[in-house]
Design a protein around this ligand. Structure first.
Ligand code: AMX
Length: 428
């Protein structure tokens, strides 16, 4: 048995013991109530899911297992996937075994390239990524084993197989999409001497600067997971809960990530910074910037990169990117503007409309695009693909653990307006 599989098996035992304890203490205890506002308002704040890969604390941000962003931001994505799915970092031997296993599975079938090359030249790279994964669905080991007859306790093992195959192919798939969509269509081959993010950086063929490979590593680490209730992770889990295999579930999650209120938001931030650059040059005066921000707010628009549904402080992932920028991209015009926005925007948002903005601080998207710009990755439409490559780690880990814990199909109850009206008029 591979070390990661053994690690997941042990983690599942620990998690199951905790759940047994929770159920023994109060399976029927009420921990959350739902208001009518929440029923009509996207279920915001409703506690209705258990997810043990990561959690977001409003004040300390993303935690994977018990580690804070500061504690894991220097790791490799492979170590992060290990942590997400086993609750522990791998030792050197386990990491090498895992990396080697991924390397052996990296080849992408020719029929996937045929599908991607046959699409319209303007097809969005996120459509290509989602289709690329879906095109390989016939490779699902889970599906084949399920058709033969599989015990429920074995579901997670074959889902792990699918996860390994999908993750192994992702850097090549993403880089191939970049070459087909924005380059000359020639693919740079996978290099088994490079790690997962190193391969992505190399196959993109954008920059030989070591800083670019370092940025890809950091980018893939910081976007890996964000609890279970966000649009893409939740979608992926709902689809997989029907025992649609991981290819269907990952593709579905990516379709959610492609939305402008979710993963696509990152490209808006760089567009905003470039607009500021066009208007005011490399080093805009802070007062000029303040007046510009107020104009945008007064016209009813939001300031991209600021605010968050859960966080109530500066996103620690923003800070990690900013520290990277200080060390590697300090002279870049976009980085300088992003930094200046950080010193101007929060103070304006704090006082905006009597403090209605719940979080005036920057989120991860406020900085990432400027760093990509520094290394010459300026095709905005590709940014969400990078986000997606990283976030698939979270989709895979969440689904493996949910299946390993025997979680059933997800099926909340919906109600009609008439039902709600009756509930409001008939007491009790
Ligand atoms: N600029 C201006 N107004 C903002 C704002 C911002 N950056 N962030 C929030 N507000 C406003 C909201 O529009 C809302 O106004 P309304 O009541 O008139 O509709 C009010 O403040 C309260 O909203 P909130 O509770 O603070 O935020 P939310 O949880 O509803 O939304 C988010 C969160 C991120 C969508 C929102 O802050 C926003 O639109 N930010 C800008 C876009 C952005 O950066 N998106 C990336 C998010 C990170 C990610 O998921 N990738």
């Amino acid at each position: 048995m591979s070390d990661i599989k053994e690690g997941i098996q042990n983690h599942l035992l620990e998690l199951q013991l905790e759940i047994d304890d929770i159920f023994a203490k109060g399976r029927d205890s009420v921990v959350s109530e739902v208001t009518i506002g929440q029923i009509y308002g996207g279920m915001r704040g409703l506690i209705a899911l258990a997810c043990n890969t990561s959690y977001v604390d409003p004040y300390s941000g993303l935690h994977i297992s018990e580690y804070t962003t500061d504690e894991f931001s220097d790791k490799l994505p492979e170590e992060i996937f290990f942590l997400l799915s086993t609750g522990k970092f791998p030792d050197r031997k386990s990491l090498a075994e895992f990396q080697n296993d991924l390397s052996l599975r990296a080849t992408i079938p020719q029929y996937t390239w045929n599908v991607l090359r046959s699409l319209h030249k303007d097809t969005h790279p996120m459509t290509m990524l989602s289709l690329g994964i879906l095109s390989m669905e016939n490779e699902s080991v889970f599906k084949k084993e399920y058709q033969k007859g599989l015990k429920k306790s074995e579901y997670w093992e074959y889902t792990l197989e699918d996860a390994m195959n999908i993750l192994a192919k992702l850097p090549g798939l993403a880089a191939g999409i970049y070459q087909i969509r924005f380059g000359d269509g020639n693919l740079i081959p996978h290099d088994s001497n490079l790690d997962w993010s190193g391969n992505l950086a190399n196959m993109l063929g954008i920059s030989n600067d070591k800083g670019f490979a370092d940025l890809m590593r950091l980018y893939l680490v910081l976007h890996c997971d964000h609890e279970g209730g966000n649009v893409s992770a939740f979608t992926s889990r709902v689809v997989n809960s029907a025992l649609s295999d991981l290819y269907y579930a990952v593709s579905a999650g990516l379709n959610g990530l492609a939305g402008p209120l979710h993963g696509l938001a990152n490209q808006e931030c760089l567009r905003f910074i470039l607009e500021i650059h066009d208007k005011f040059g490399d080093d805009p005066d802070e007062d000029v910037l303040r007046a510009y921000i107020l104009d945008i707010l007064n016209s009813g628009k939001v300031i991209p990169g600021y605010g968050h549904a859960v966080l109530r402080v500066t996103d620690p992932r923003f800070t990690a990117f900013m520290n990277f920028g200080e060390a590697n991209c300090a002279s870049n015009h976009c980085f300088k503007i992003a930094k200046k926005l950080f010193s101007v925007v929060p103070d304006i948002l704090i006082h905006y409309k009597g403090g209605k903005v719940a979080n005036p601080w920057p989120n991860v998207d406020a900085m990432s695009g400027s760093l990509l710009n520094h290394y010459g990755l300026n095709e905005f439409d590709f940014y969400t693909v990078l986000f997606g490559v990283s976030r698939v780690m979270g989709f895979c880990a969440q689904n493996i653990l949910a299946l390993g814990l025997g979680q059933p199909i997800i099926r909340p109850k919906s109600v009609t307006n008439r039902w709600v009206l009756e509930k409001l008029t008939v007491p009790g």
